[in-house]
Design a protein around this ligand. Structure first.
Ligand code: 5GP
Length: 106
């Protein structure tokens, strides 16, 4: 079971910011900036391009809603969107408040 599945089940605590039946958004434990959120599907899939189309579309629509909420809550120029996946093999989209390219200092 991935560490993110343990967050979904409640086994590992996380600061949840939004949730639907199929998707969850929570604060990154090691944020690049305040308001750095991870958006995940509740079904555990290792790689974003292995997702079923409907699930992939639903995840992106959920991410858009969450990004708009972050933009309202955190002063920033825009919300950066990144898919890295080097550390956790459970699909996740990084939503990161940004003002310039230096903020994306992975
Ligand atoms: P990636 O897999 O995209 O390279 O990075 C995984 C991201 O998940 C990192 O930004 C890391 O800080 C975050 N992360 C890893 N473990 C946890 C955790 O247990 N809780 C939370 N909230 N974030 C985590």
């Amino acid at each position: 079971m991935s560490i993110f599945s343990k967050i979904i089940s409640g086994e590992i605590p996380a600061h949840k910011v939004a949730e639907t039946e199929d998707y969850l958004a929570f604060l990154d434990i090691n944020p690049l900036r305040e308001g750095h959120v991870l958006v995940i599907p509740k079904n555990e899939i290792d790689y974003i391009f292995n997702m079923e189309d409907a699930n992939y579309a639903g995840l992106m629509i959920f991410a858009k809603v969450v990004a708009k909420a972050i933009k309202k809550a955190v002063p920033c120029t825009k919300i950066g969107v990144a898919v890295i996946g080097l550390e956790v093999p459970h699909v996740h989209i990084h939503l990161i408040p940004m003002d310039n390219v230096d903020d994306m200092n992975f």
